[in-house]
Design a protein around this ligand. Sequence first.
Ligand SMILES: *[C@@H]1O[C@H](CO)[C@@H](O)[C@H](O)[C@H]1NC(C)=O
Ligand SMILES: *[C@@H]1O[C@H](CO)[C@@H](O)[C@H](O)[C@H]1NC(C)=O
Ligand SMILES: *[C@@H]1O[C@H](CO)[C@@H](O)[C@H](O)[C@H]1NC(C)=O
Ligand SMILES: *[C@@H]1O[C@H](CO)[C@@H](O)[C@H](O)[C@H]1NC(C)=O
Length: 291
Amino acid sequence: MAGVLGRRLGFAVAVVVAASGWSLGGADPVIETDENGNLHIHNSPSSVKRILLNGVDVLKEIEELRVICGVDASTTAAPLPPTPTPVVFDGPVHCDLNGVPNNVTHVNGSIIFIGCTGSLASQLQVLQTVARVSGNVEISNNNALQTIDGLDELTWVGGSVVIEYNSALTGVDGLNSLETIGQDLTITLNPKLGDLDGLDQLSSVNDTLNIRVNNGLQNVDGLSRLTKIGGALHISNNAALESIEGLGSLVEVGDTVSVCSNPSLNATIAEIMLDNLGTCQDFSEASCLSC
Ligand SMILES: *[C@@H]1O[C@H](CO)[C@@H](O)[C@H](O)[C@H]1NC(C)=O
Ligand SMILES: *[C@@H]1O[C@H](CO)[C@@H](O)[C@H](O)[C@H]1NC(C)=O
Ligand SMILES: *[C@@H]1O[C@H](CO)[C@@H](O)[C@H](O)[C@H]1NC(C)=O
Ligand SMILES: *[C@@H]1O[C@H](CO)[C@@H](O)[C@H](O)[C@H]1NC(C)=O
């Protein structure tokens, strides 16, 4: 009885210590919540690492269960590092990057690079920690821009991604973490863009995907993970486009599918690939007619 009470008191003391922000000799608090509401309990730095819940030594219990279940502890995952504190910047972010701290992780608003003069490529480096943008990412009319390296951590865009009228742009490799786009993805009028190879993590475009008038674009292999387009799919007037095999993972298109006026593309093969998708299909070597 006394033992149980002692253990209960011990647990209560540990909670009080944590709640008042003290640490047990180490740098981190014993118990803390991060900004995402995750609860972290850190082991005591001593060699006896016990976490007691109502007197039950839970780590020991888990270890014993592993033995019973034959799970090799060395193969189980290491504890996750604490989620870093997000650094939120209220956008919009424009060419001058005025006031944007170089550790920003969340842009609340849009990133709008339209007609930026100077070296946008080096400016983009300031954004290399940005993981989420709640608004749009628009990169348009930047005549000197060759790559968009610098957005490598960007995984989620709540609005649209627009890459348009960038006459020197050769690749979109810098978007290689992007997984989800809340609205449209528009890639238009980038004459030197040869492929979409940076977009290989993209799995969902919630609204329309437009790929139009990119005269150097040869394939869309970079979209090989794209499974869902919530709106329409339009691929048109891309003079060099030979293959859309990169869309082979696509299982859902919410609106119309049109693949027209791509003179290097065999429209029959495109049709075979995408025929069961969307609400209306239009495949043609010439202009779109039916949808
Ligand atoms: C981010 O940078 C700003 C300004 O340089 C600094 O005040 C802040 O402490 C940094 N935040 C984190 C979480 O590193
Ligand atoms: C985002 O910005 C808007 C104003 O534009 C503000 O009302 C809102 O609180 C901000 N949200 C976050 C999470 O900072
Ligand atoms: C996707 O689009 C629908 C319809 O416009 C909207 O209701 C939903 O919130 C969007 N989802 C995301 C993740 O943006
Ligand atoms: C397009 O592909 C189909 C099916 O493989 C083939 O029958 C047709 O000849 C091809 N058309 C052209 C113009 O190459």
